[in-house]
Design a protein around this ligand. Sequence first.
Ligand code: NAD
Length: 391
Amino acid sequence: MADSKKFYLPTEVRFGRGSVECLGTLVNPKQKVFLVTDPGVEKAGLTGRVQVILEEAGAAVTVFNQVEPNPSAVSVEQTLNALKETGAAMVVAVGGGSALDLSKVVSALATNPGKLEEYQWNGRKFEHEPLPFMAIPTTAGTGSEVTRVAVIVDRNTKKGVGSDRLFPRVAMVDPEMTAGLPRGLTAATGMDALSHAVEAYVSLGANLFTDSWALTAAKLIGRSLLRACVAGDDLDAREEMALASTLAGVAMDQAGLGIVHSMAGPICSYYHLPHGLACAILLPYGVSYNLTASPERMAMLASALGCETKGLTALEAGRDAVAAVYRLVRETGLSLDLSTFGIKESDADLVAEETTKMFLIKDNPRRPSVAECRAVFLAALHGEEPQYCTF
Ligand code: NAD
């Protein structure tokens, strides 16, 4: 286990129904604010609600609604230019992980010299404080509101830009902002949050703090994800999912991730699958692959997910965790196989190679070979029910 004392979260988190209203207390009258969002979030009326809060507090708001899913380096440049033109002194993002990540990066580039690629690829550090950045997530999935990373697509790959300076200044995690999220997005983003909790819990970087955040998140998701999918306006379920997503985000930011996210990276880059969906499809196989490396931890996850584990060995209980994750994906109505999305067996070598080279793989409890990654990929391609570690 890594240093159990290490824990760092500079973001102030305001959580709960209506917490978005506190945004009005965080701006100064006449302050110029750059409000970053995407067309879907705007259409859902969420951008308008935030704009009203800001304007009632006296801020001068410019809305930038061009965020694309899985934002690219080109998009960062365009957004940065738009931000600079406004002369805004604060950035507010309302949206999913895409809006939040894009905003993190442009807030930092607005006050630091040079181009994104120097920070993303060449290890340059952000030396100056970014513009103050306020994050309002509208999905319960990525946890980006409490992480120091932004994921940006460049050179045909999804690559994180990481810095302690990228933590949002304030995160307003308001379950009301997720109430209109359609079922498919609720399911995929919710499974993204579960994959953060599970991977952080079995990560080599896990510690006593992250364990407690990750297990609580898994428990909340196990009991609320289906309810949020079936009845989107069930605010109790939305609240538990919003909390779980933030807890899992903190856990993975501090503890690291593993094979599921390492494989989701190339799959999303090459085949343009939404991030949460790729994680959902891969998660049962990732859990299965890691079972023998951490049976006791998988047993704890089984119990967090509501399985009765009394009288079972750790390995038996861990197998129940694999089955519970697989069942949850199926019950949300998400696809269980990658082949549905045109991904082919002939892609196995490419994805397996890339997976072993991903930065995140270093924290996986088993260090997979290319052949093992290939086996995990093929199982996910066909959506077979994972028995238990057959890899
Ligand atoms: P997203 O931000 O790409 O949004 C997906 C879709 O959901 C969009 O069409 C959007 O309009 C719609 N949407 C969002 N909220 C809505 C709402 N309340 N009502 C109706 N529609 C809504 O999706 P995401 O899964 O939240 O974010 C994915 C991105 O986050 C990926 O680029 C991924 O790599 C990144 N990510 C970042 C971190 C991090 O720590 N920085 C962690 C995980 C994932």
